[in-house]
Design a protein around this ligand. Structure first.
Ligand code: MEZ
Length: 641
């Protein structure tokens, strides 16, 4: 009987780990007149564990209303002990745990099966072991010595059960700063050629590029999983003059991509950086294809004059796919990738040259890596509400489409190392985040034909205008939200739309009238709106809103609606860089040994980023930063000889 019960527990619990206590978040001192909502030293987030009988599977619920931990609450380690499993069953012979929790994860899989295998057994609608996060560590969610907590709930609100799980979590809050402690004497020190901070698309690209130029690389990620915000990128990657465009007969040019980007950014962008973005974009697509990516589908995003947004065939989300490809390539190259590893300081020598980083590992604690060059690819701060409100008080309380690690600490440590920050007030609101959630409804749905209507059943904006203009138009409507309307034809044109059905975000009707009734909008108005749109499609002319491209009409039942509202999506500001991806110091001179790429930088997107330009930037500037960091490391090595 006991055996049966334990197998049942094993089956339900799926994967178990003995990781050390708490994920951490930090708060530390500005001291230099910069914003006070910066994150440097760590404070624990408290997860409350549910009181549960050892044999029962505790229910995990997301949301507010925390329940205090009971001193009798079992964690997974306790449950294992009850089954007469000792520490070595999870930890092996040694009890030291590295920050990747390598041994524990290996042991989990040995006993319980791989996440893929577990996913096959899952009977849940939303499968906790198969998601856009890809192949992640078991210990991302399953903890041995603290309450387990489903990482998905950082963004979603599924009622997802997890063994020995928390019932509620205190969400990470940015704390007012405290000074960073002095580097302890005799601190453990490692050496490498290049350190890359942040394992999103820019970080992986820089790491792979530096490695391929002969450098020894360590890639550090503070979150328990790699992928960063790039993992969530939906719509695609902009590039001009690509082989895919040519094959489809799309006439584009580097100059046109440059002009669209400058115009979209209200001419605040650094023209030299935009030139590089446009000129190298096709090369970046080719680079990804060589690594094994599929970017053969080409669609359109707001502010683009032609179709130049590249994504996997069928219109799957670009980010999860690219991160899978980049992870695989880093693994094949045996690049040292470390999760749960937060850089809290960039180290400089007396002359201000960057010489390494101070890291706080979840298990290894504080240690130092001396490097010949550092690439900062730590991302933006859309998920730091205090910081967003500090720069833009009018955005206070708005939801975000970003993952929880997008807190902007990379900008803080970069500025502490002498880097100049620019355009910090330029924060982008994405017009279509599903109402009441953090789920981005990709611009590609509008690009493929969907329209926006208000509660009166009327269109009110050119759906392919820039994000700032579309967001402002939505916020001016009754209820400050709108409905995105599409039909079966549009649904079939873009695979990622199926995900919105899976997440229960879609209202559907067999007819336009039926849909209108469900939405409680006037049916005759909605019917007239769709009729006028279909006429605009037929005549290739949208007289009222001047939408530049209508690829499909809305006339194939069923009809669908998703309620959307604007949410914080992207921070255009950050560390100032030059075309070599060198970080520019406060004196206007490049800081030796210091490079940056991706959302942590400012200057590429000016006052408004065009959809599809983010992934483009991460790959193009990630490659430049990685290659130049490797070159700089080589020169430093040669000088030292
Ligand atoms: O670049 C983006 O932010 C993007 C393409 C978003 C989206 O709507 O899919």
């Amino acid at each position: 009987m006991k055996k049966v019960k334990f197998s049942l527990f094993v089956f339900i619990s799926l994967v178990v780990a003995f990781s050390a206590p708490t994920i951490c978040i930090s708060g530390a001192a500005a001291g230099d007149g910069s914003d006070p909502f910066r994150l440097v030293t760590d404070k624990p987030i408290v997860f409350y564990a549910q009181k549960a009988a050892p044999d029962k599977t505790p229910a995990m619920q997301s949301g507010e209303g925390s329940t205090k931990a009971s001193p009798t609450t079992p964690f997974l380690a306790d449950l294992h002990k009850e089954k007469k499993l000792d520490c070595s069953s999870c930890h092996g012979k040694k009890t030291t745990v590295d920050d990747n929790e390598t041994v524990v994860n290996k042991k989990c899989i040995e006993c319980h099966g791989s996440p893929d295998k577990l996913a096959e057994k899952s009977k849940h609608g939303v499968n906790p072991h198969k998601s856009h996060l890809g192949n992640i560590n078991c210990t991302t969610c399953h903890h041995g010595h603290t309450a387990s907590w489903t990482y998905c709930l950082s963004c979603h609100s599924f009622d997802m059960k997890i063994p020995a799980g928390a019932v509620a979590a205190e969400l990470p809050r940015a704390k007012k700063s405290e000074p960073v402690a002095e580097i302890p004497k005799g601190i453990k020190t490692q050496k490498t050629d290049v350190v890359v901070i942040g394992a999103g698309a820019a970080g992986f690209t820089a790491a792979i590029s530096a490695h391929d130029k002969g450098a020894k690389v360590i890639l550090l990620e503070k979150q328990p999983i790699t992928g960063g915000n790039s993992m969530l990128a939906a719509g695609g990657m902009n590039a001009a003059e690509t082989s895919f465009q040519k094959a489809k007969g799309i006439k584009d040019s580097i100059e046109l991509m440059y002009e669209d980007t400058m115009k979209g950014g209200k001419n605040l962008s650094d023209p030299e950086l935009v030139k590089v973005l446009a000129k190298d974009s096709a090369g970046s697509v080719e680079w990804l294809i060589k690594l094994g990516a599929d970017l053969s589908d080409v669609g359109r995003m707001g502010g683009a004059s032609v179709n130049r947004t590249h994504r996997p065939s069928g219109g799957s989300a670009v980010g999860a796919h690219l991160i899978e490809v980049l992870r695989k390539n880093a693994e094949q190259r045996k690049i040292d990738v470390r999760v749960n590893s937060k850089v809290i300081k960039i180290l400089e020598d007396k002359k201000g040259r960057v010489i390494g980083v101070l890291v706080e590992g979840k298990h290894s604690g504080l240690y130092r890596i001396l490097a010949k060059a550092v690439v900062n690819a730590a991302g933006g701060f859309s998920a730091n509400p205090e910081k967003v409100a500090y720069y833009r008080p009018e955005f206070k309380g708005m939801s975000t489409s970003n993952q929880p690690g997008a807190t902007g600490d990379g900008m803080d440590i970069g500025a502490d190392a002498g880097g100049q920050l620019k355009d910090m007030k330029e924060i982008q609101i994405h017009p279509t985040v599903a109402a009441g959630s953090r789920i981005l409804i990709t611009e590609a749905v509008r690009g493929n034909g969907a329209i926006l209507v208000n509660r009166e059943g009327k269109r009110f904006v050119n759906e392919l205008t820039t994000r700032d203009a579309a967001s402002a138009a939505i916020l001016a409507q009754t209820g400050k939200s709108a409905y995105m309307i599409l039909d079966e034809g549009i649904r079939k044109s873009l695979k990622q739309i199926d995900g919105y059905f899976h997440l229960n975000l879609v209202v559907e009707g067999d007819t336009v009238k039926g849909l209108a009734e469900k939405l409680k909008v006037p049916a005759d108005a909605l019917e007239a709106t769709i009729e006028a749109y279909n006429k605009a499609y037929d005549q290739k002319n949208d007289p009222e809103f001047k939408r530049p491209d209508i690829p499909r009409p809305i006339r194939t039942p069923k009809y669908y609606a998703i309620e959307i509202m604007p949410g914080v999506h992207y921070t255009m500001g950050g560390l100032k860089i030059n075309t070599k991806a060198q970080v520019i110091g406060k004196d206007g001179v490049p800081i030796q040994g210091f490079y940056a790429a991706g959302e942590v930088t400012g200057g590429v997107h000016g006052a408004n980023r065009l959809g599809g330009n983010s992934i483009s930037e991460t790959i193009t500037f990630g490659r430049i930063a990685g290659e130049n960091a490797a070159k700089s490391a080589k020169q430093t090595r040669a000088k030292a000889k």
